[in-house]
Design a protein around this ligand. Structure first.
Ligand SMILES: [Zn+2]
Length: 256
């Protein structure tokens, strides 16, 4: 069985300090591939370094809305240079976050558009982070019809998901799906076409029904896959095959 954690922060503490152990435990649970997104230039560089040293790890690069400097203008140039040098598989994580205490909607939109332009130029998919901003996000993504990607750690309902699916986007499901009380997400996973579902942990940050926030690892993708399998009535083997094939397709990865 081969599962794919399409969103984990292996460059961050405490995962980075026990990288070999994290990968070994993941392998024991059937998780064989990983995408490590950046959230600023430093973490994007670290993700690229990790990916070039480990064939099972792929990097994404980008500036997360929570890391936008309030004083300095955003320049896509260093990210473009990094992409030329290191060939990341996606631009991310990028997006809109209106749950942040202090945010400027205009500034977030401007930085997001600039990175969607970069994704267009580089012909790369995007990894989208979004909280409390799905409507404005939808309008911006719609402007970039040549770009596809994933709405990572999706926590919304089916109607919203439908809008992003119509743009060609994939939906990323994480630990939230394992919580019996997560009614909206569980309802959503039933209507997303099987070819548009990705699995992830957002480790170490988002926990699950049994794992506390800050303590998750890529191995916890197995629990997400089991929840998905149970809800859709699939067996775990076909769930792994399907979701891994989806990740390989979206991120243009060739399998061996
Ligand atoms: Zn993340």
């Amino acid at each position: 069985m081969k599962l794919f954690d399409t969103h984990c922060h292996l460059t961050d503490s405490p995962l980075a300090q026990d990288f070999d152990g994290v990968l070994q435990r993941a392998a024991n649970f059937g998780i064989k591939n990983f995408i490590v997104p950046g959230y600023d230039l430093t973490s994007s560089r670290a993700a690229c370094r990790l990916a070039s040293a480990n064939p099972s790890v792929y990097a994404a690069i980008g500036l997360h809305p929570g890391w936008i400097s309030p004083t300095t203008d955003f320049s896509p140039e260093p990210f473009r240079q990094l992409a030329r040098l290191r060939a990341p598989v996606a631009i991310g994580e990028i997006g809109l976050d209106y749950a942040l205490k202090e945010y400027s909607a205009n500034r977030q939109a401007e930085v997001l558009r600039s990175q969607l332009e970069l994704a267009t130029i580089l012909s790369l998919p995007v990894i989208i982070h979004c909280r409390r901003a799905f409507e404005p996000l939808y309008l911006i993504l719609r402007e970039f019809s040549g770009v596809v990607g994933v709405l990572h750690a999706y926590g919304g309902g089916p109607q919203l998901a439908e809008k992003f699916l119509s743009l060609g986007y994939y939906i990323g499901f994480g630990g939230g799906l394992t919580r019996p009380q997560a009614r909206k997400v569980r309802e959503t996973v039933l209507m997303v076409p099987s070819k548009r579902i990705l699995l992830e942990t957002d480790a170490p940050y988002i926990g699950s029904h049994t794992i506390a926030k800050g303590e998750s690892e890529p191995r916890d993708v197995l629990a997400v896959a089991q929840s998905l399998a149970g809800l859709r009535g699939w067996d775990i083997g076909e769930t792994a095959t399907l979701t891994t094939a989806n990740a390989l397709r979206l991120f243009n990865l060739i399998t061996d």
